[in-house]
Write a protein that binds this ligand. Structure first.
Ligand code: MBD
Ligand code: FE
Length: 280
């Protein structure tokens, strides 16, 4: 039986992944804080109902839709597309080092370790033109952070992430690089393609019912870590992507643009992009 990617399979994988990685499940949010946040969110929704005179048909459509989001496992997708960018904004506003952006629903810890230089795992016939990325990790005072860990993940040319869509090798287009003593690393991969979030589930239904689009610009996800530094979660984008201005996930920042150059051998693209980490 051949499997095809569907919102339900992707959503179920993202939900399972989130549960498996969640080690802070026992963290208690205080009664006062829950009271404050829950009341404010509800008051905001109440205000929308009053101002727009929401009907029972609309209320029941919402109820059906929310049930569907849960049943298809699309809560991680929904929250990361429409909410995470503001959480990221308020939690990193004070940083002096590199800008970050949202993690999204498709990170998996523990990707294969490639040392300071190498290719991310990919299929022999992986589609997409070669991309060679070199960079350096330093602290805000300019010191190279030897041994910094750079984790990369991105979608294939069809817009699918390994471990969230069927039929893709487990760690395809996912790799962990460890910077050399000078904080330097070199990653080879393929150019990512513009990406559409799954359209056949409830998030897609919302998008089409509202007359929006499902596109994100082409992007490469990264996490950069080093003992004594704050974890940086980011995505890198390419200039001239038509969706840089209207990313459905609102996760593009001008500081996160690669400056692509043609490779000297004429095959593919070369980029340099460094990271500056804030101290803990
Ligand atoms: C993605 O690939 C992504 O990066 C985000 C933020 C949301 C959905 C899919
Ligand atoms: Fe992504």
């Amino acid at each position: 039986m051949t499997q095809t990617a569907s919102a339900a399979k992707t959503g179920a994988s993202a939900t399972e992944r989130f549960k498996a990685d969640r080690t802070d499940g026992a963290t208690v949010t205080s009664t006062d804080r829950v009271d404050l946040l829950a009341r404010e969110v509800l008051a905001g929704v109440h205000e929308t109902v009053r101002r727009n005179h929401v009907t029972y048909d609309e209320y029941n459509a919402l109820k059906a839709w929310l049930i569907n989001v849960g049943e298809t496992g699309e809560w991680p997708l929904f929250l990361d597309v429409w909410l995470e960018h503001v959480v990221e904004e308020v939690n990193t506003a004070h940083r002096e080092g590199s800008k970050g952006t949202i993690e999204g629903p498709f990170y998996v810890p523990g990707a294969p370790e490639m040392g300071p230089r190498g290719s991310v795992p990919m299929r022999d016939d992986e589609a997409g033109s070669p991309l060679a990325w070199s960079g350096q990790v330093t602290s805000v005072d300019g010191a190279p952070l030897g041994g910094a860990v750079v984790e990369i993940w991105h979608a294939d040319s069809d817009g699918f992430y390994s471990q969230f869509a069927p039929g893709i090798p487990e760690w395809n287009l996912r790799g962990t690089f460890e910077a050399d003593d000078d904080g330097r690393f070199e990653v080879t991969t393929v150019m990512p393609a513009p990406y559409q979030i799954p359209t056949d589930g409830p998030c897609g239904a919302l998008i089409s019912a509202a007359g929006w689009h499902a596109w994100r610009p082409a992007h490469i996800h990264v996490k950069v870590s080093h003992p004594g530094s704050q974890l940086l979660t980011a995505q890198l984008y390419f200039p001239n992507d038509e969706h840089n201005e209207d990313d459905i996930a609102s996760a593009v920042k001008p500081e996160l643009m690669f400056a692509p150059q043609d490779a000297v051998d004429g095959v593919g693209t070369v980029v340099e992009y460094d990271f500056v980490l804030d101290p803990t």
